[in-house]
Design a protein around this ligand. Sequence first.
Ligand SMILES: NC(=O)c1ccc[n+]([C@@H]2O[C@H](COP(=O)([O-])OP(=O)(O)OC[C@H]3O[C@@H](n4cnc5c(N)ncnc54)[C@H](OP(=O)(O)O)[C@@H]3O)[C@@H](O)[C@H]2O)c1
Length: 286
Amino acid sequence: MRVLLTGANGQLGKCFQDRLPKGWLILKTDTKTLDITDRLAVLTVVDSFKPDVIVNAAAYTAVDKAEKDSQIAALVNELGPKNLAEAALAINAKFIHISTDYVFDGKSSTPYKEDDDTSPLGVYGMTKLNGEQSVLSVNDSAIVIRTAWVFSEYGNNFVKTMLKLGIERQSLSIVSDQRGCPTYAGDIANTILQLIQYENVEGGIYHYCGDKEVSWFEFANKIFEQAKKLGYSGDPKINGITTKEYPTLAIRPSYSVLDCQKIKQYNNISLSDWQVALVNICSKLF
Ligand SMILES: NC(=O)c1ccc[n+]([C@@H]2O[C@H](COP(=O)([O-])OP(=O)(O)OC[C@H]3O[C@@H](n4cnc5c(N)ncnc54)[C@H](OP(=O)(O)O)[C@@H]3O)[C@@H](O)[C@H]2O)c1
């Protein structure tokens, strides 16, 4: 199996490489070696490597910064995936692309299904939604996985931020009125690997996230509870606050739990057991 991976230095990109089955050949690319917004570069790399599958782990993921940087966010999240989808189609390679729970506005009170109405609240969510649509409009066999609240041992994420702040500060104020499902990037990587190996996965959108919903406040409490069991020295007091008390440039959905029944039809795919992943990550760190 020949895999072209974009965004190889991101959380998902790194977790994917860690799990690549023996004997598979991977061309891992990053912003410097393959800028996905450069159509000619994408076509050239794809034509010369001739992958069986392209996994797009590249994205503009800075949710607040995107509000001021909308042109770059659009290039990376809309044009880049479209370039890859076209290049995959041209050589009949599978294409797997990743999107986000932030395509929804959070007004639902039940988990979002793949065909529920989208209505992003910010630039990041809007560019990711446009990306999904442009991918599927040029390549209807593409697989688009919407995921949520991604964390891992790599890069910047909520878990690592909490553990850092917990050492530096005696108390932390964490938003308690936004709910979603934390998802371990390693579990997304495993799911992608499973989907690659299934012969006939129908193109379209699939939801995949953690198996238990929480608020950011509850997630923070879980992180510190677990870390302390493993010898973490921080002991901050965690205060729950409202979104109004913690204004950010981008508005986030208050509820973005994803219904993952559709992807579960494929045997061997189980939802991200993020609490187990948290234990594993903390045991590596302490
Ligand atoms: N993180 C989350 O909480 C979250 C939630 C829901 C969905 N998702 C989605 O999940 C996917 C993986 O996210 P992640 O957390 O692994 O992202 P990440 O850690 O931010 O990694 C994204 C990678 O994309 C690369 N990149 C940016 N612009 C590029 C370009 N023009 N050409 C090639 N590479 C480029 C970045 O490289 P540089 O570092 O060099 O810029 C970075 O290594 C993304 O599609 C994201 O939208 C993430």
